[in-house]
Ligand binder design. Structure first.
Ligand SMILES: O=[N+]([O-])c1ccc(O[C@@H]2O[C@@H](CO)[C@H](O)[C@H](S[C@@H]3O[C@H](CO)[C@@H](O)[C@H](O)[C@H]3O)[C@@H]2O)cc1
Length: 616
């Protein structure tokens, strides 16, 4: 029977804690454990959600209702699942989560913003907050109220495959960029309580956020993904913990635990850091969520002893488990561990209390269903313009003219009867300029129907063809092509870089520019004045080519609004970006970060040449 009826917890005028206490007091163990369970979209039928009292569903990387699904299809999917949750005895709404780590990346035609490494180079917390607000609208356009962002990792080694998800190697810069949380969730009202979960629930134009991955994910040995962060407690607190202070003060609703370990102890089993430090010392009042199969990976091999994994993870202080597939096994095992006294009910109640606090605070009980009223926010031109501004401000100018030469940038839009050459694979590749976590988990190369956006080449053409300049594109010009044609080219723009990747697939110990990039640089820049634009998730080896290059620009992973690069190359805007990371000379130096006793970079943290907008 539906006891929820006129119960106090359903009354939004009652105090938050009274609602939580009333509801918690009515819940069976099965209902409590259901709230702690997050399952994958493909398992989440309304019947499963109803039968197991499932509290949360996620889309893992690339998990979509259909290829190129429009907002309406997402809204329908989420609402159907919600119907399953609301038809349970107590009618507790389920919370749908997704990775929106550089815009609503899984969704076709969403605006894709620069990845965090580029946002760090803008040095503009206000811009990044505006990006958060725009992303929240695009996520809500699809009926989703919760995102697994921002990643507040302090990446200390660019060999890490996730370094592009980190705003910087410098904890203070990452702290400043936590302004994105206030964009996602809304700003805590003046006089409002700091340090407690806050999601502006009024207009339903905000989303609950998730600071990840707690803690030290960016400090693993050799930058190996999900590996061991060996450091003193003082180093952990001074390098990797600071962004969590800011996230908690800004009212972040959730924190996700890292796959990595701290001095050999898996973070997913780390009671001292999750409970004693985050929950007690920092007084974090939202809920702690595991990473995807994070409990399974407590043991080696993973899932070798799931009962042990659950015991260690839940006792460490994890409140919600991103299972995501074997939910019956998880529910049965956790039930057993509570019934045999291994896990006290007080721990379960703490977890559920935190989950309910977030759901009540964000207004999910009052507004459990999505609607399509915000569908027009997805990929809205205003958001694309904001992304284009972010691209402009993220670019870092590392060289501008050879010694004794006048600066090459800004480039003239007129080629005075000649042509300009655009070369390199990454000039005309929307997928590569977006990087990982785009439509699919790993992202993909190419343009074909990936999503809606503007390649760097498109942007260049739009900028200078109206001035009568002829643009020639050659993805991989050989020396013969260049020799035969060099006289006709006034200058060349060479765009090279990395293919898309995510996580372990991006772990890389040599960090060389992938072939045929170096050959394109040598072939073109050896004969024609050139600016090289590097599209990558991190710094790469460039010193061997530097003398041959007239100008060098780091563009990182700019996303769908590639015309932001032409805006600055041709002087509509000046270069203002500053390195968010040290640019090494060789990988033998790594890890090497600003503040290190021995610091011999090719370009130091904070470096970036500037240009003035040109009038013509
Ligand atoms: O411990 N380990 O070595 C390990 C290695 C690979 C794993 O494999 C796993 O399989 C992938 C299958 O899709 C998952 O995406 C996750 S990634 C995960 O997904 C979340 C939800 O999308 C994001 O919010 C997180 O930020 C991200 O870290 C992981 O890589 C799992 C564990």
């Amino acid at each position: 029977s539906k006891e929820g009826g006129g119960a106090r917890y359903k009354d939004p005028t009652r105090p938050l804690n009274a609602r939580i206490d009333d509801l918690l007091g009515r819940m069976t163990l099965a209902e409590k454990i259901g709230q702690m369970s997050q399952i994958e979209r493909e398992k989440a039928t309304p019947d499963v959600i109803n039968k197991y009292f499932i509290g949360s569903v996620l889309s893992g990387g690339g998990s979509v209702p259909a290829a190129n699904a429009p907002p309406e299809a997402w809204v329908k999917m989420v609402n159907d699942m919600q119907g399953g949750a609301l038809s349970t005895r107590l009618g507790i709404p389920m919370l749908y989560g997704i990775d929106a780590v550089h815009g609503h990346g899984s969704v076709y035609k969403a605006t894709i913003f620069p990845h965090n490494i580029g946002l760090g180079c803008t040095r503009d917390p206000e811009l990044v907050k505006r990006i958060g607000a725009a992303v929240a609208l695009e996520v809500r356009a699809t009926g989703i109220p919760y995102i697994f962002a921002p990643c507040v990792a302090v990446c200390r080694d660019p060999r890490w495959g996730r370094c592009y998800e980190s705003f910087s190697e410098h904890p203070e810069l990452v702290q400043n960029m936590t302004s994105i949380i206030s964009g996602f969730q809304g700003e805590i009202p003046a006089g409002g309580r700091k340090g407690v979960p806050f999601v502006a629930s009024g207009g339903r134009r905000n989303v609950a956020a998730c600071a990840k991955h707690y803690v030290g994910d960016g400090g693993t040995a050799g930058g190996i993904n999900a590996n061991d962060t060996v450091a003193t407690f003082h180093e952990l607190l001074s390098l990797h913990m600071p962004p969590y202070y800011n996230a908690v003060i800004r009212g972040v609703a959730t924190v996700m635990v890292s796959y990595s370990s701290f001095n050999g102890v898996k973070m997913h089993a780390n009671h001292f850091l999750v409970t004693d430090f985050l929950k007690k010392r920092l007084r974090f009042r939202g809920f702690v969520i595991s990473d995807y199969q994070g409990l399974d990976f407590i043991t080696t091999p993973e899932h070798a002893d799931y009962l042990l994994s659950i015991k260690l993870g839940i006792l460490a202080g994890i409140d919600m488990v991103m299972i995501p597939f074997n939910y019956t096994e998880f529910i049965d095992d956790l039930t057993l561990l509570v019934q045999n006294g291994t896990i006290p009910m007080s721990r379960i109640d703490d977890a559920v209390r935190r989950i309910l606090r977030v759901k009540f605070t964000m207004g999910l009980f009052e507004n459990p269903y999505a609607d399509t009223s915000l569908a027009g926010e997805l990929g809205k031109q205003e958001h694309r313009d904001l992304a284009r501004e972010a691209v402009r401000k993220s670019l870092v100018l590392l060289k501008n003219g050879k010694p004794g030469d006048k600066p090459l940038l800004p480039l003239p839009k007129k080629a005075y009867g000649g042509s300009i050459l655009v070369a390199g694979s990454h000039a005309d590749d929307l997928g590569s300029q977006c990087g990982g976590w785009t439509i699919t988990w790993q992202g993909s190369t190419g343009n074909n129907n990936l999503t809606a956006g503007t390649t760097i080449l498109d942007g260049i053409k739009r900028a200078i063809e109206p001035a009568g300049t002829d643009v020639v594109y050659a993805g991989n010009p050989d020396a013969d092509f260049v020799q035969r044609n060099k006289a006709r080219f006034y200058y060349a723009i060479v765009v090279v870089g990395e293919p898309p990747y995510a996580e372990t697939f991006g772990d890389n110990s040599n960090l060389t520019i992938p072939a045929p990039g170096p050959d394109v640089i040598r072939n073109v820049c050896g004969s024609i004045r050139c600016v090289v634009v590097i599209v990558s998730g991190r710094q790469l080896v460039v010193e061997p080519y530097l003398d041959a290059i007239d100008a060098l620009v780091a563009a990182w992973l700019p996303g769908t609004e590639g015309q932001g690069i032409a805006d600055v190359l041709f002087g509509d805007y000046g270069f203002t970006g500053k390195l968010s990371r040290t640019w090494f000379r060789s990988v033998e130096q790594l890890p090497m970060n600003v503040g290190d006793a021995h610091y011999d970079p090719l370009f130091p943290f904070g470096f970036g040449l500037e240009t003035q907008p040109s009038k013509f």
